[in-house]
Design a protein around this ligand. Structure first.
Ligand SMILES: [Zn+2]
Length: 76
């Protein structure tokens, strides 16, 4: 299992981001969740990482290509 640092604060549990090493509340406002667990990076980490930005741009391009293909099919 993960060995990420956790701290208990008055506001609840906070977990450490593996990217920026800051502690943030274990909350969808600060972390993405999958299968009920917070990702190891905070949302800002994902937003600011060049690889993630490139990946998001690629996914958007693929989605747009799929949409364009579907529109073409519907017109045929
Ligand atoms: Zn972070």
């Amino acid at each position: 299992m993960s060995k990420r640092q956790r701290i208990e604060t008055d506001a609840g549990t906070e977990v450490q981001c593996a990217k920026c090493l800051e502690f943030w509340p274990e909350d969808p406002e600060f972390y993405f969740f999958s299968k009920g667990k917070a990702h190891s990076w905070c949302k800002d980490g994902y937003r600011n990482d060049p690889k993630q930005i490139a990946k998001a741009a690629r996914q958007r391009a693929e989605l747009n290509a799929r949409r364009a293909a579907r529109r073409k099919e519907q017109r045929a």
